[in-house]
Design a protein around this ligand. Structure first.
Ligand code: DQA
Length: 148
């Protein structure tokens, strides 16, 4: 049986391709989803791909992952820098977590340099654009315990 992982995207990522293309590129969220599905399939994983502009919806998705998913790739977007509540949900997930950002948040404004999520993530990938999601899934696959 193949395992399912959650790929969770935060606020404004639905606008990828239209939003600040000089920062985030011209690829859409559908392109990111295709990259994720391919990277996951290569490793025998299925993807539950979600995006929400609402903090509580994202937190509910993380709670669901406790029962439904073997690991989490999360781009918390702007909530990276503000949300203790999302961080607390991820800390309680008891699942491997890889945080991903399209842009290199450390080369941007100072308020983006701190992530509430990084301390509860197993790995952080930023600045690799949409390919960062493929890297995140490759690493997540290594962290998921194999069934015997
Ligand atoms: C982002 C970086 C965040 O600082 C920003 O608020 C986003 C996207 C990224 O993928 O580079 O919305 O998470």
């Amino acid at each position: 049986m193949s395992h399912t992982v959650l790929v969770l995207n935060g606020p404004n990522l639905n606008l990828l391709g239209l939003r600040e293309p000089d920062v985030y590129g011209t690829g859409t969220l559908a392109d990111v989803e295709a990259i994720c599905r391919a990277a996951a399939a290569d490793r025998g994983l299925r993807v539950d791909f979600r995006q929400s502009n609402h903090e509580g919806v994202l937190i509910d998705a993380v709670h669901e992952a406790r029962a439904a998913h073997r690991g989490i790739v999360v781009n918390p977007a702007g909530l990276t820098h503000t949300s203790v509540a999302l961080r607390d949900a991820l800390a309680a997930a008891e699942r491997p977590i890889v945080e991903v950002h399209l842009s290199n948040i450390h080369r941007r404004e100072p308020f983006r340099h701190h992530s509430y999520v990084s301390a509860v993530a197993d790995a952080v990938i930023c600045g690799a654009g949409p390919h960062g999601y493929a890297l995140a899934l490759a690493h997540l696959a290594q962290l998921i315990p194999q069934d015997r």
